[in-house]
Design a protein around this ligand. Structure first.
Ligand code: SAM
Ligand code: SF4
Length: 469
């Protein structure tokens, strides 16, 4: 096994707890002018430094908070345009040797419905997802010896092989326990997209309390989990914190230090950042009353500040949050959302409300994929299932969107439109098709290389699939 001493040493990590507390203390009551300079720096597409992030986190003045929101919206539009990438979570199995107190899957919870999909059941789940139009998944596993790297790789291969009509899954991202370098290599072989690990809380004393047993109780092993993934050659990694466990400002600082660490060590930061809030989970007292509950207002602030702090990352907002709030938060810098999610194990192919109730936690947004797409179209977004960069070997696509002038206009927007067109032709109702075609028309009016894009769209109309720039 390939382990660095520091990966097991919880004393010496790249999260300097004292420094973070000090920065948050020293930046209280920030100067207006300084805040505006920071916003300007971010609008020029620079990653912010910890002192600057702490300053934004301490803004309490209503007018300045509005300026933070406005800057986040402007940055998002400037860098990414109006595309929103859609995906679905697919839970493969929830056996778990850990005992994370906020999670329905924890080992000491007798109330949860426990299940690992058989390969046949997995195929049925994938078929159900493909039939609804999905192209991108995040697969989720508990932590258990039966979910070995070989098992994870096998499930991913099955997903890619499962085709229905014109449809197939084109990108599988993974949310699973931290692996050894060798383990990651086995999983990478199956052709994964992003490997995600959320640190949950970057605050060690809180981490220790909330993860009392099992391999996850080692803070440093988890913290360096994505370093090992990158050493194994996985280019896209996703970080995250579970908000509500400790002070939200500290957690945002943790995400920034994590980003800086990856940049310094590997020359590239995280591909995505996730910021779930703790949701009610069956049999988990703390999940109903998180010790540091984050209000909707604070949530919006933290999303905007993450957007500004790390302008080049993708940001993922999940259906843990209610639909109305999702619509608002979307504007502040989110690039990916899930649609039509179900987190009951086996519940895409078999509708069983009892099992859904006994799943990991309760979702806030229960709209179908089609409803999510309609809402996006009505608000002027391009719903996208694009996987072009990944399939063309252009990894780190968020970085390209960000770093290469004109990349979004030349590649991302047309590719997003192609996947929307596929969806409209293959899966959409009359109503959705109408909304989608209207949006396509509007986008075509302002697109570069319009003729070429139109030719590609015609190819889709003639039945060709997976066309891309
Ligand atoms: N078992 C692996 C792990 O813990 O990393 C991967 C799967 S775990 C189910 C995925 C994520 O779900 C966790 O990292 C955690 O952030 C999140 N989660 C757990 N309990 C939650 C809750 N009650 N509400 C919202 N998110 C939760
Ligand atoms: Fe297991 Fe992950 Fe849930 Fe913890 S968060 S109990 S490791 S599934």
């Amino acid at each position: 096994m390939y382990v660095f001493a520091k990966e097991l040493d919880t004393e010496k990590t790249f999260i300097p707890e004292g420094e973070i507390q000090l920065l948050l203390e020293e930046t209280k009551h920030p100067d207006k002018q300084f805040v505006r300079e920071i916003l300007q720096k971010s609008l020029e597409k620079n990653r912010l430094e910890p002192l600057e992030v702490a300053t934004l986190l301490n803004v309490e003045d209503a007018e300045l908070i509005e300026e933070i929101f406005a800057a986040a919206r402007a940055l998002k539009e400037k860098v990414y345009g109006n595309r929103i990438v859609l995906f679905a979570p697919l839970y493969i199995g929830n056996d778990c040797v850990n005992d994370c107190v906020y999670c329905g899957f924890r080992s000491s919870n007798p109330e949860v419905y426990r299940k690992t999909l058989t390969f046949d059941e997995l195929r049925k789940e994938v078929e159900a997802l493909v039939k609804r139009g999905h192209k991108r998944l995040i697969v989720v596993y508990g932590e258990h010896p039966r979910y070995s790297p070989q098992f994870i790789a096998e499930t991913i291969r099955i997903i890619y092989e499962t085709k229905v009509g014109n449809g197939e899954i084109r990108r599988v991202n993974v949310n699973a326990a931290p692996q050894t370098v060798e383990g990651y290599k086995v999983i990478k072989e199956a052709g994964i997209g992003t490997f995600q690990i959320f640190q949950e809380t970057y605050h060690q004393p809180t981490y220790k309390k909330l993860h009392p047993r099992g391999p996850k109780s080692n803070y440093a092993w988890r913290l360096y989990g994505l370093d090992r993934a990158m050493i194994a050659g996985i280019d896209d990694v996703g970080i995250g914190a579970l908000f509500g466990l400790y002070d939200w400002k500290f957690e945002v600082m943790g995400l920034i230090y994590h980003t800086i660490h990856l940049e310094e060590r590997f020359g590239v930061g995280p591909h995505t950042i996730s910021f779930p809030r703790v949701e009610p989970a069956i049999g988990s007292e703390i999940s109903y009353n998180p010790p540091h509950k984050v209000s909707d207002e604070e949530f919006k602030r933290l999303v905007a500040i993450i957007r500004l702090a790390v302008p080049y990352t993708g940001m993922i907002l999940t259906a843990r949050e209610p639909a109305e709030l999702r619509k608002e938060v979307l504007k502040l810098g989110v690039s990916q959302i899930d649609g039509g999610s179900s987190i009951g194990i086996g519940s895409y192919s078999q509708d069983d409300p009892e099992k859904v109730k006994k799943s990991q936690f309760i979702l806030g947004d229960n709209r179908s994929l089609e409803e999510v797409i309609q809402d996006l179209l009505r608000e002027g977004y391009i719903p996208s299932f694009c996987t072009a960069c990944y399939r063309m070997g252009r990894t780190g696509e968020h970085f390209m969107e960000f770093a290469i002038p004109g990349f979004v206009k030349r590649f991302c927007t047309p590719n997003a439109l192609f996947t929307l067109k596929e969806y409209l032709n293959d899966y959409a109702s009359v109503e959705t098709r109408k909304l989608g075609e209207e949006l396509l028309k509007k986008e075509l009016e302002r697109i570069e290389k319009r003729e070429l894009v139109e030719k590609y769209l015609e190819r889709i109309d003639r039945g060709e699939r997976d066309v891309r720039f």
